[in-house]
Ligand binder design. Structure first.
Ligand SMILES: [Zn+2]
Length: 422
């Protein structure tokens, strides 16, 4: 009776599923790819046994229980599901609709509807966890989006969300004529009491991470300049830490990065103006770094750069140089491209650029999986290792020889459920 009921539930569920098909797995499953990237190194001839949503065993000689279903992934590499380090589910590419217009003219309903499409595309692309760093005007809708995914209402990656994000009073858009008080893409705060309250409001609304904008383009000529004082950022970190949460800082100026590092944030995003000295300071303070190479690559093209034909614009040249400084410093590198600025599902554009700009391909694959798990303090995922969540993906060929193969996703499993198969 119970089994019949389960079959009925399964049949009902599958009638509601997206066309790619989510197939619930019963019992043990053994995966046999050509090779496995375990989060740290590549291994030929490994098999991976999955049971009860978790990885039960992985290695060259896995003992397979009788009755286990076998999935052959011939010619493919199995990897941990990708952990996107920096995304915005409530944004879509700026060449479709400029950021200002998304914040001002798209209703919350439309933005939520779009986000449900984005998360599905990402899961199908092998992104099984994503850190979302701010809804950019869509309130705390990310909290509900995360919960809807966790309840199985819609397919998507496991989300770590940051809510509205905290911006310094007067620094952030949308900006119009000074007469008008326009809606902002983040929650404005000012002073130690102000930032403390904003942090507590975020915690109270159920965020996983607290995001702060340590600088922004509010200089006299629109150039990036620090916003919050080091003391204000430190207060945000203190309140967040006492609640068991980490802080991520947007910072593209050297001084903003320095203040955020000394204030105790866990990760810094962008880093365009970072000096060798500041990257070293970040490494010494164990601050992770998301270089968001893909965001710069995308916005340069939106501004008219014809990649492959035109010479690289200064912003892209600068990003390459900055990335070299970061690599030489030994700072822990996060794979986070600021997806949302470009299309959801194309998340690995960042990994491709990291390799293209000179990072060792195996180190890039590590950053996108185990590295991000370490930086985000997620010991239950990011590696192919017994006891961890069965969040896995496979691609054609060997991505350590050509990072673009990360786009060729053939298989995705989340929590032991096959989401996509060859
Ligand atoms: Zn961002």
């Amino acid at each position: 009776m119970r089994r019949a009921l389960a079959a009925l539930v399964l049949a009902l569920a599958s009638s509601l599923l997206p066309p790619t098909g989510v197939v619930a797995q019963q019992g043990a499953v053994v995966l046999r790819p050509d090779r496995v990237f375990d989060g740290d190194a590549m291994h030929e001839g490994w098999a991976v046994l999955v049971q009860d949503g978790k990885i039960a065993a992985a290695g060259p000689s896995v003992r397979v229980p009788s009755g286990a279903k076998e999935i052959r992934l011939t010619g493919m590499t199995l990897l941990p599901g990708i952990i996107e380090g920096h995304g915005h589910e409530f944004l879509h590419p700026y060449d479709e609709t400029p950021w200002n217009d998304q914040v001002l003219f798209e209703s919350l309903g439309e933005r939520v509807a779009r986000a449900t499409v984005h998360v599905r595309k990402e899961l199908m692309a092998g992104i099984t966890t994503e850190r979302d760093l701010g809804t950019e005007g869509a309130g705390f809708a990310d909290v509900g989006l995360r919960d809807a995914i966790n309840k199985g209402i819609i397919p998507g990656p496991r989300l770590l969300v940051a809510g509205r994000a905290i911006v310094a009073l007067g620094s952030y858009g949308v900006k119009g004529a000074p007469e008008w008080d326009l809606p902002k893409g983040g929650m404005e705060a000012s002073g130690l009491d102000g930032v403390e309250e904003a942090t507590r409001v975020h915690i109270g609304h159920g965020v996983d991470w607290v995001k702060v904008y340590a600088d922004y383009r509010w200089g006299p000529h629109g150039q990036a300049r620090p916003t919050f004082t080091e003391e204000e950022i430190a207060r945000i970190v203190e309140v967040s830490a006492s609640s068991g949460r980490y802080v991520s800082a947007h910072a593209s100026t050297d001084e903003g990065m320095r203040r955020a590092t000394l204030a105790g944030v866990r990760t810094i995003e962008h880093g365009d103006g970072g000096t060798a000295e500041t990257f070293k300071l970040m490494a010494d303070h164990h601050v992770g770094f998301c270089p968001t190479l893909a965001a710069t690559d995308a916005t340069a093209q939106y501004a008219g750069w014809k990649k492959g034909t035109d010479p690289e614009p200064r912003s892209v040249q600068n990003k390459r140089k900055m990335f070299q400084l970061a690599l030489q410093s030994g700072v822990a590198m996060c794979m986070g491209g600021d997806v949302g600025v470009f299309s959801h599902g194309d998340n690995v554009r960042e990994a491709v650029l990291m390799a293209e700009y000179g990072m060792d391909p195996v180190a890039v694959l590590h950053a996108a999986t185990a590295g991000n798990a370490d930086i985000f303090d997620l010991p239950d995922r990011g590696r192919v290792e017994a006891g961890l969540l069965a969040d896995l993906m496979a691609v054609k060929g060997d991505p350590s020889t050509d990072m673009k193969l990360l786009y060729d996703v053939t298989f995705v499993m989340k929590g032991g459920e096959v989401v996509r198969q060859p």
